[in-house]
Design a protein around this ligand. Structure first.
Ligand SMILES: NC(=O)c1ccc[n+]([C@@H]2O[C@H](COP(=O)([O-])OP(=O)(O)OC[C@H]3O[C@@H](n4cnc5c(N)ncnc54)[C@H](O)[C@@H]3O)[C@@H](O)[C@H]2O)c1
Length: 363
């Protein structure tokens, strides 16, 4: 049993990780400043006036301790680490929207770089924290992923190279358009790696692709599967930037939770020297077998809802990736992990949850 602090622990990924690790016997504290933006489609007071995940953890997982703390507040961050004395920190807090970061780059910088630095540096100074897991993103590669030749199929882009297995961790992060969000996450990603190398911390970076699942409150530009389905059931047209053939590898949240649990179980007992003999940066997503394009996703929604969905097309967004697929070779070869839930199953689970929880969104 470890003491684990999860930042952003009332957000989508953070609270799922908290629940899973708590159920496995770990002592969990989550911190969050309840700043997750809400989509313009959601009208329910359950979400607008309250934090739904806070209420949910209160009701169903009372063992998880919750603290309202802003990671930009260095003193409070230091204090919680000193008081709770976590052995492991999972850093999932932050500004999460690429679109939002273009509109307000300072806000993105302060949350994603200063906030990360406060947590990481306090972890180092505490001498208590042994393991630090940073939730990074594929956006650190920016549009370098556009450098492979693609064929434009009827519903999706297809890599010309037949043996393409996805983008590996060796893809360059330079000479690319990232968006301020991609830059701030990359800065955090490099800080975490650097502190591992210089200070002998056991630091890990998971560069996530698209994670989706129940209790995801999608907004424009983040959590697209959930956001688009909310549009679809409320009869609103779905906005697509570009032609809708962009491809993503998608990973259901339960698969990510299982990976984090498995990863921590097999690495937390390693001493720093052994741990740091390997690069601890991993691309994580659905991989080559779990991909979907936006047009294909809308097609699935149409069969689920039994109706035609209106689409509004606009110009491509800055830095948008035509195709992103994580190469899972490294994580699989080191930990034997691969996704279990395919897009069919995952989308069915998510859309079932949204349909049965309509009152959370719309009453
Ligand atoms: N969901 C995905 O598909 C995805 C993909 C790649 C990377 N990520 C990364 O995973 C992490 C979690 O994403 P998510 O999907 O759970 O998003 P989320 O918005 O649901 O969760 C983020 C949480 O951080 C909190 N937060 C924001 N600023 C804070 C601050 N200053 N102090 C304290 N708390 C703060 C928010 O209130 C929110 O609850 C993010 O760092 C994101 O960049 C997510």
């Amino acid at each position: 049993m470890s003491k684990i602090l999860i930042t952003g622990g009332l957000g989508f990924i953070g609270h799922h990780l908290a629940i899973n690790l708590s159920q496995k016997g770990h002592k969990i504290t989550v911190l969050d400043n309840l700043s997750r933006p809400i989509s313009n489609i959601i009208i329910s007071s359950k979400i607008k006036d309250k934090n739904y995940n806070w209420e949910y953890l209160d009701e169903f997982h009372p063992k998880i301790e919750k603290k309202i703390i802003d990671i930009r507040d260095r003193e409070k961050v230091t204090a919680i680490i000193q008081n709770f004395k976590p052995e492991i920190i999972i850093h999932a807090a932050g500004q999460t929207s690429a679109v939002g970061s273009i509109e307000n780059p300072r806000f993105d910088f302060e949350n994603n770089i200063i906030g990360l630095f406060n947590i990481l540096n306090s972890a180092k100074e505490s001498q208590i924290v042994t393991d630090f897991l940073y939730i990074s993103t594929n956006k650190v590669y920016g549009n370098n992923v556009s450098n492979i030749p693609l064929i434009e199929g009827k519903t999706r882009y297809i890599p010309e190279e037949k043996k393409f297995t996805g983008f590996s961790e060796t893809l360059s992060v330079d000479h690319s358009i990232h968006t301020p969000y991609g830059v701030s996450k990359l800065a955090g990603d490099l800080y975490v790696q650097e502190f591992g190398k210089i200070y002998g911390m056991k630091n890990t970076v998971f560069r996530l692709s698209c994670i989706y699942g129940d209790q995801q409150f999608g907004i424009p530009g983040q959590g697209f599967i959930s956001y688009m389905f909310l549009n679809a059931i409320s009869g609103k047209p779905i906005q697509i930037y570009g032609n809708g053939k962009q491809v993503r590898d998608i990973l259901y949240i339960d698969d990510l939770s299982n990976l984090v649990e498995r990863y921590l179980a097999s690495t937390s007992s390693l001493n720093p020297k052994i741990f740091n003999q390997k690069s601890r940066v991993y691309n994580i997503g659905g991989g080559i077998n779990n991909t979907i394009s936006l047009l294909e996703l809308i097609g699935k929604f149409e069969s689920i809802l039994g109706k035609k969905i209106e689409i509004e097309f606009s110009n491509w967004r800055l830095g948008d990736q035509k195709l992103y697929i994580s190469d899972l070779t490294k994580i699989y070869s080191e930990f034997g992990w691969k996704p279990n839930i395919n897009p069919e199953q995952g989308i069915e689970r998510l859309t079932n949850w949204i349909e049965k929880s309509k009152d959370i969104f719309f009453n």
